[in-house]
Ligand binder design. Structure first.
Ligand code: 3H9
Length: 724
């Protein structure tokens, strides 16, 4: 067999899955063939009394179906057939006359968990690497190998829906509590315990120590009658609609497949599951989400510079300048990766507040029981505060997160630079100011770059690293590698005002400002863009990031790019009024004491050039103008070389500024709509608003040559890895 090793231990077949030349086990066609051979073999050999399924990989048990294989599916019926094959194979596993024990260490995901669900007994190692999940919804799919039917049977309807609809990772301990696994063991005894259990199950001497232990009384009551279940299903659908606004069909399809199983029996449930799997796998949404999976994976391997890349330096000590919200956020994620952090601000009071903010972020994990009290204390012990520059001489990397003011940033750099190791990397966390301008103050500009984190740092997945023509390649790879250590998806962009993300976002927000100038309703603007798929509308977002911050960014970009990016009159006037948005409890919307958003603030309307008289505007007009502003700006960033690739532009927009994931990103959006159509729309808008919508040359080229940014078929990223 190709991917399976077989050993025998006293009548028990110990099967080790180990797909050659692959970092993870995944259910490829070869592995499916091996399973079929294995079942034949076991059925033909009466001396085999039980089976243990183990993994030969260090950190994964099985990472699910082979996502690459999905790219070869031509249509919905191909995908439905794949699901049927998976179901049949696992039905065979479940139906074996002898017991099969899943001995799980590492990631047990998607089709991997579905395999474990078809086993008689599941043992997991109590280890941080062991996580169980059905992440299919994150790829726009549903569990297609029986998961929608077996999981509710095992752990109850409500828990199963939660696992399936969120796709979240369930750690081993939690999995045990909810009945998803039957036993927890230390990794060193996994094999031994699994073999013993297989033998006991074969002998009929195993104790059913864990029968539906996790189900609470409320869950059971609601779930055990059709009326209660109807409530659960309705609530689940409502929850999905609230979260997704109907843009993601997969979670709704998963609910329907589970429901079909309850209402019409397992056979009907399996049929519905594979039918829906086929339909979803052929959908545009799934194609976009799978693209994002490959794009983020490609970025994991991208050193951030062209090959051959220098080795990144180890970052053991990090200096953070500025103990405000961003500085503390960066310090918190760094300390959680065992980096020793020096947090510096001008006085002890500010430093104290910063450390308290770090503690709050780390404490959140303690509250969620993701870490122990001891781990919390160990993490906090890594964070030291200073109002001098004590300890900065040892820093491998310094991240400056002071107020957005060029003069201040240059002064801070000049103050600290003489104290640093000459090879230390100096990063600014500015969101707008060109790094080259900050680096003008440096004696060693080669060590200076930008590390643009997004707020809140511990939650936002993107890091934008900004390099100037003078930045040393080894400084870039160090910043990129450290960003990955912090768990971020990292894109590298070339220096320019607003870099990529701030610039593309500003173009979009500014167009919303122009709509306000013309008298559009605030609510209509926000609603149109959330309906398009943004998590919040642009006016709400301005309140969230701070109107003052938006005003400053607008000035810098207006100065850099002229008329196209000049701030709208509405923005200028609301900035002048002193409103700052949610943080000041006064913005475009009303806020209560706790900062909860209410209705549009009638007071703000008087500040807008078009006054309180608002007029309804078609959602299509709002969407077209705001979205195309962003798309065109992204295209300009690509043709100017700010972006290294369309891939980076798409990942940056989705993970940094909320571009709807199911649309793949601005460049994927152009491919979907067609460059020619996009150019026509831009030209028509440019006729109405001269100079604001002149199409980027790269779009004109693509339209003329009917070219796409990505191939229409096959792998979305052929040979796109590599760097500057
Ligand atoms: C499914 O199961 C459908 C079924 O219900 C029904 C079917 C009918 N396929 O991330 P890493 C590759 S849907 C293909 O750097 P880590 C990955 O691309 C599937 N390739 O490692 C990368 O390749 P490369 C549901 C996969 O340690 C390499 O392995 N499953 C797959 O940071 C290393 O990966 C998922 O959605 C795969 N399934 O994280 C799980 N998995 O080196 C997706 C990994 O060429 N996978 N690769 O760039 C993960 O979440 C992470 O990879 C994992 C490891 C946590 C496993």
């Amino acid at each position: 067999m190709y991917a399976i090793r077989l050993e025998y231990a006293n009548g028990i077949a110990v099967v080790t899955l180990d797909l050659p030349n692959e970092p993870v086990n995944k259910v490829t066609a070869a592995l499916r063939d091996d399973f079929a051979l294995l079942f034949n073999h076991i059925e033909a050999d009466p001396s085999v009394r039980g089976v243990v399924l183990m993994s030969g990989k260090a950190d994964t048990w099985i990472a699910g179906a082979d996502i690459d294989e999905f790219l070869t599916l031509r249509n919905a019926s191909d995908a439905e057939a794949l699901s049927r094959t998976g179901q049949a194979l696992l039905a065979r596993l479940e139906g074996l006359a002898i017991p099969v024990v899943a001995a799980i260490h590492g990631a047990c995901l998607g089709g991997g968990l579905e395999t474990a669900l078809a086993c008689r007994w599941r043992i997991a190692t109590d280890h941080p690497k062991t996580v169980l999940a059905l992440p299919e919804v994150q790829l726009g799919l549903l569990p297609g190998a029986g998961g929608t039917q077996r999981l509710p049977r095992l752990i109850g309807l409500q828990r199963a829906l939660d696992v399936m609809l969120t796709g979240r990772n369930v750690r081993a301990k939690k999995a045990y509590q909810m009945g998803l696994v039957d036993e927890l063991v230390h990794p060193s005894i996994l094999r031994e315990v699994a073999v013993t259990r297989a033998r006991e199950l074969a002998d009929g001497t195993a104790k059913g120590e864990h029968e539906m232990k996790g189900r609470g009384a409320t869950g059971a009551l609601l779930e055990e009658n059709p009326i209660g279940r109807a409530i659960v299903f309705r609530k689940a659908r409502e929850g999905v609609m609230d979260k997704t606004h109907g843009h993601y069909p997969a979670p709704l399809a998963a609910i329907a497949a589970v429901q079909a199983g309850y209402q019409h029996g397992a056979e009907a449930g399996y049929r519905e599951e594979s039918r829906a799997f086929g339909e979803l796998a052929a959908s545009e949404v799934s194609r976009q989400l799978i693209f994002l999976f490959f794009a983020t994976n490609a970025l994991k391997k991208d050193p951030g510079v062209s090959f051959p890349a220098p080795q990144p330096a180890d970052v053991r000590t990090l200096g953070v300048l500025g103990a405000g919200f961003m500085g503390a956020g960066i310090a918190a994620v760094a300390a959680q990766q065992d980096t020793s952090v020096r947090l510096k601000d001008t006085d002890v009071g500010r430093v104290g507040k910063g450390i308290a903010a770090v503690s709050e972020v780390v404490r959140e994990r303690l509250k969620k029981k993701q870490i122990t009290r001891l781990q919390y204390e160990d993490t906090m012990a890594l964070v030291g505060g200073t109002s001098e520059y004590t300890g900065f001489g040892r820093a491998d990397l310094v991240i400056e997160a002071v107020f957005e003011d060029l003069g201040l940033k240059q002064r801070v750099l000049q103050d600290v630079e003489p104290l640093l190791d000459p090879f230390a990397v100096y990063a600014s966390n500015t969101s707008t100011i060109p790094i080259s301008r900050i680096a003008e103050a440096a004696a060693r500009p080669g060590r200076v770059l930008g590390m643009h984190f997004f707020s809140p740092v511990h939650k936002m997945p993107l890091l934008e690293v900004i390099v100037t023509p003078h930045t040393d390649r080894d400084a870039t790879v160090t910043a990129v590698a450290y960003g990955k250590t912090l768990g971020k998806t990292v894109i590298v962009v070339n220096d320019s005002p607003g870099f990529y993300t701030t610039r593309a976002l500003s173009a979009y927000m500014n167009e919303a400002g122009h709509l306000l100038d013309e008298g559009a309703e605030i609510l209509e603007i926000d609603r149109a863009l959330t309906a398009f798929g943004f998590p919040v509308g642009p006016v709400t977002l301005l309140d969230e990031v701070g109107i003052d911050v938006g005003g400053k960014v607008g000035l810098v970009l207006g100065e850099a790019f002229g008329h196209r990016m000049a701030p709208s009159a509405s923005l200028r006037q609301v900035v002048e009024s002193g409103r700052t948005g949610r943080k000041g409890r006064k913005g475009f919307y009303l806020y209560d004491e706790a900062g909860k958003r209410g209705a549009v603030d009638p007071g703000v309307l008087a500040l807008l050039p078009s006054g309180a008289q608002r007029q309804s505007m078609a959602a299509e007009e709002i969407v077209e103008r705001c979205v195309l502003s962003m798309v065109n700006e992204a295209a300009l960033c690509l043709e100017e070389g700010v972006l290294r690739s369309a891939r980076d532009g798409d990942v940056g927009a989705v993970f940094g500024i909320g571009f709807p994931p199911f649309r793949g990103g601005p460049f994927r959006y152009v491919d979907t709509v067609g460059a020619r159509r996009i150019v026509e729309q831009l030209e028509s808008l440019n006729g109405r608003f001269p100079g604001r919508f002149a199409p980027a040359a790269v779009l004109l080229d693509h339209a003329r040559a009917q070219r796409r940014f990505y191939p229409a078929h096959g792998h979305p990223l052929p040979g796109q890895e590599g760097g500057r």
